[in-house]
Write a protein that binds this ligand. Structure first.
Ligand SMILES: Cc1cc2nc3c(=O)[nH]c(=O)nc-3n(C[C@H](O)[C@H](O)[C@H](O)COP(=O)(O)OP(=O)(O)OC[C@H]3O[C@@H](n4cnc5c(N)ncnc54)[C@H](O)[C@@H]3O)c2cc1C
Length: 489
């Protein structure tokens, strides 16, 4: 603890110091508030997921989001919404029925506000020392929609905004885990209780609390409770995710916050489970075949551009026995220029003269896999293989089909990578309005309570890639400004 006392008083308390928490803290301090940031980790490990992200941003340039940014958010904003509820959202937000404000879909006006705020938040971050530039890509065909990135990734954001906030007078309390919200007689939030490493409670009194403590990907109990039994196999994609154990979401739900975001889904990415590196992606599988532990294929490895399809594929991998699959390639892979760009694991592929041996080494049924590959090879047809476009070279008469890059796997030695699904972040969170205030189950705001970043749920179904860092910055900043203004009266 900063000064050893068990009671602190601030205008605004922020939980978490990733992109959402740091944006909130800076904005609140600049608006004149006395701000504390509580962070579960040590100073060295601070920043959760933000610390490890490459921070690619779904934008054409610093002024414009990519064309599909808003469409994808709208398409992934909820399921089968009752038409009369949807019709009610055409009214001004103030006139929406209370029931509609609390429903589990992402409000259209929240999406518009998010999209419209992006260029402004980029300029705001730039003024505070963050630089933007171009980004690389793991695919061999051009990305369907453009990206820019933060130079130095999320780490640079954490390393730049922390001292910036300190200079503004923000106090940071490391190894302090927020546990319980405090409420006045009127129900307004007036602080929280945190615990230190030895479980000593510390009370923070404040006019507002901003929950920016990430999702629940680091809490196996919540992951299985919400995502289901396959959640056992979904490890966080990097060290930062293990710190996000869902207290922010649970604290909000406990006092009546409306849930929002898809509690049964997560942003999945295909990784090599043998690696301890951050984000050890294996994106080469469209050029081979995927089999499960029984040696059987179970999906179309190349239905379209990998960037638009890997999430669905890896969620199916998570449903296979023990949540694992194996990408089998033959030696022709080495004739593809730059194929290694598609693999970010630090582990080499397992290599063997035959499929049976690969299976013995990696733990799948190699005899069955050889039969699977024999059948696949019989269903490949003549045509021109081109890994740098969707070549349309599909199998014929095979179930499931392979829609592109279907060339026989027949040139030894054979290579294989194990693939599991990482849980980059969870989708379920708290419902917020355009001030980043938390909305209650009753459809009103929970006075004094804000949420931003992964703690505020906005995604359903498929994640519109490269929008989560922006979400953290936009709603974190908004929460900080609003909370400070309310605190200062
Ligand atoms: C490897 C990787 C690659 C990614 N790539 C991209 C990308 O290219 N583009 C993109 O837009 N997104 C990407 N993402 C997702 C994006 O980085 C995150 O969703 C975003 O940074 C989350 O920010 P946040 O502030 O909400 O949470 P976090 O950055 O996770 O911060 C949460 C903080 O809260 C702390 N905390 C948790 N619980 C408590 C508690 N109870 N008390 C106190 N502190 C607590 C944690 O320790 C952590 O520091 C990626 C993520 C990862 C991990």
């Amino acid at each position: 603890m900063k000064d050893g006392s068990k009671l602190h008083t601030y205008d605004v308390v922020v939980v978490g110091c990733g992109v959402a928490g740091l944006s909130a803290a800076v904005a609140a301090a600049e608006a004149g508030a006395k701000v504390a940031v509580l962070e579960r980790s040590t100073y060295e490990e601070r920043g959760g997921n933000t610390r490890y992200t490459e921070a690619t941003l779904r934008m054409k340039n610093e002024q414009e989001v990519s064309t599909d940014f808003e469409t994808l958010l709208v398409e992934n904003s909820g399921y089968y919404i009752q038409p009369d509820f949807q019709a009610a959202t055409v009214l001004d937000y103030e006139n929406w029925p209370a029931l509609v404000r609390s429903l589990p879909f992402t409000d259209p006006e929240l999406i518009s506000w998010f999209v419209d705020s992006v260029p402004d938040v980029i300029a705001w971050l730039k003024q505070r020392g963050i630089q933007f530039g171009s980004t690389g890509f793991y695919g061999l065909i051009p990305r369907p929609s453009p990206r820019i990135a933060i130079v130095g990734g999320g780490l640079q954001l954490v390393e730049t905004l922390t001292p910036f906030a300190e200079k503004l007078g923000v106090d940071f309390f490391y190894q302090h885990t927020a546990r319980d919200l405090l409420q006045s007689d009127t129900g307004a939030i007036n602080g929280l209780v945190a615990t230190m490493l030895d479980n000593t409670p510390v009370t923070f009194e404040s006019s507002a609390v901003i929950l920016a403590s990430g999702g629940f990907q680091g809490n196996p109990e919540m992951v299985v409770r919400y995502i289901g039994a396959k959640g056992r196999f979904l490890r966080p994609i990097s060290r930062g995710g293990y710190y996000n154990k869902g207290e922010g979401i649970e604290m909000g739900l406990r006092i009546g916050a409306a849930p929002s975001g898809d509690f049964a889904e997560y942003h999945g990415q295909p990784i090599d489970p043998r690696s301890s590196a951050s984000e050890p992606l294996v994106m080469v599988y469209p050029y081979g075949v995927l089999v499960n532990r029984q040696g059987l294929r179970f999906l179309d490895e190349a239905p379209g551009p990998i960037d638009s399809n890997y999430e669905e594929a890896v969620r199916i991998v998570a449903e296979q026995k023990k949540g694992i699959a194996f990408c089998i390639l033959d030696d022709k892979i080495n004739s593809i220029n730059n194929w290694r760009r598609t693999v970010r694991t630090d582990q080499p592929p397992e290599t063997a003269p035959d499929i049976k041996t690969l299976g013995e080494r990696l733990g799948f049924d190699g005899v069955a896999a050889q039969k699977t590959i024999d059948e696949y090879n019989r269903c490949c047809r003549d045509g021109v293989f081109n890994p740098e476009t969707m070549d349309g070279l599909s199998t014929v008469g095979l179930t499931p089909p392979k829609s592109n890059y279907a060339v026989p796997i027949d040139k030894p030695p054979y290579h294989a990578y194990p693939i599991t699904s990482a849980n980059t972040f969870t989708f379920g969170g708290l419902k917020i309005n355009t001030n980043a205030q938390v909305v209650s189950q009753a459809g009103s705001v929970l006075s004094g309570l804000y949420a931003a970043g992964e703690t505020a749920g906005i995604y359903y179904g498929r994640y519109p890639g490269a929008t989560s860092v922006l979400r953290g910055a936009v709603f974190g900043r908004r929460a900080g400004e609003h909370a400070a203004n309310v605190a200062k009266g």
